[in-house]
Design a protein around this ligand. Structure first.
Ligand SMILES: [Cu+2]
Length: 294
């Protein structure tokens, strides 16, 4: 039985099997496949919970790959362009996820800088975006997107390395883990636990002068949390757990000042840099912190 067929059978019952979700798609398949098969409804299932193919450490996952036009850039303004190929052919069609067909994340390898951008597709299914680098050094770029395959929505998270030449090399030391930080005059505190093996919840409280803030929707959620592991730069992308998930969700609701995330680290233990994005008073905020995943 090939992988695609197995997934098709599994998805309708996957939502009731969350408790047994394990750390890789392979394991999920094995565990659930012994359950009595449920006939496919032919409906495109939301599988936001499923881990993507790829964790951002490699440019190719199951025949789908990112191909950058160049891997060398310079300090200052650049244009990055790339194609997503599936067995050698450019992918033309994408599933909208969190309001965009493709999310493009850029970090430097010391994890001191972070950019979350949205390229635009042009001729020959080539994506491109303007990007500015303030520092020279080694970087990783990630493409986060969803494709429809055989009636299912399959997520991909592909990574590729680039070099930025010029002056002003990145100097950054990963700070020690902390649970309180300040961003643009907002106090952010984090509670909850993280685990390499279990699903846990991470909770953030955001206050200004002691009062909880109200979040504005940002890309179909009240908050986005991206974690990158020191060393191999494996990425986990998490979303606020009390938003109405779905590719086309318009707005969300959440308790004022509180952000809850289903925290999962499919790549396992390590020291991670977490990048939390949320919007307050129409301004996008980025809170960054370090956490140890055991
Ligand atoms: Cu995005």
């Amino acid at each position: 039985m090939n992988n695609k067929y197995k997934l098709l059978v599994i998805l309708p019952i996957f939502s009731i099997a969350l408790a047994s979700c394990s750390s890789s798609e392979e394991n999920v398949t094995q565990e659930v496949a012994i359950t009595e098969p449920t006939p496919s409804t032919g409906v495109v299932e939301k599988n936001d919970h499923l881990h993507p193919r790829g964790d951002g450490t490699v440019p190719t996952a199951q025949g789908v790959s990112i191909q950058l036009n160049s891997t060398t850039y310079k300090v200052g303004k650049n244009t990055i362009s790339f194609v997503i190929n599936r067995v050698g052919e450019p992918v033309a069609s994408y599933v909208i996820n969190h309001e965009k067909p493709l999310h493009f994340i850029v970090v430097d390898k010391k994890l001191g800088t972070f950019q979350h951008l949205h390229p635009v597709m042009g001729e020959n299914f080539t994506w491109s975006l303007p990007i500015e680098f303030s520092n020279s050094g080694e970087y990783r770029v990630y493409a986060d997107f969803t494709l429809e395959e055989g009636g299912n929505e399959i997520k991909y998270l592909l990574g590729s390395d680039i070099v930025v030449t010029g002056n002003n090399p990145i100097e950054f030391m990963l700070p020690e883990p902390d649970d309180e930080f300040i961003v643009d005059g907002l106090n952010v505190s984090v509670s909850g636990s993280v685990s390499a093996t279990d699903h846990t919840t991470l909770m953030f409280t955001v206050t200004k002068y002691g009062n909880v803030v109200n979040f504005d929707p940002y890309l179909g959620s009240t908050g986005h949390l991206i974690a990158v592991r020191e060393g191999d730069l494996a990425m986990a992308h998490m979303h606020n757990s009390d938003h109405s998930d779905g590719a086309h969700s318009a707005s969300t609701s959440s308790m004022p000042g509180m952000l809850h995330f289903d925290a999962e680290f499919p790549s396992g233990a390590g020291k991670y840099r977490l990048f939390l994005e949320f919007m307050v008073d129409g301004e996008l905020k980025l809170a960054t912190f370090t956490t140890n995943v055991l």
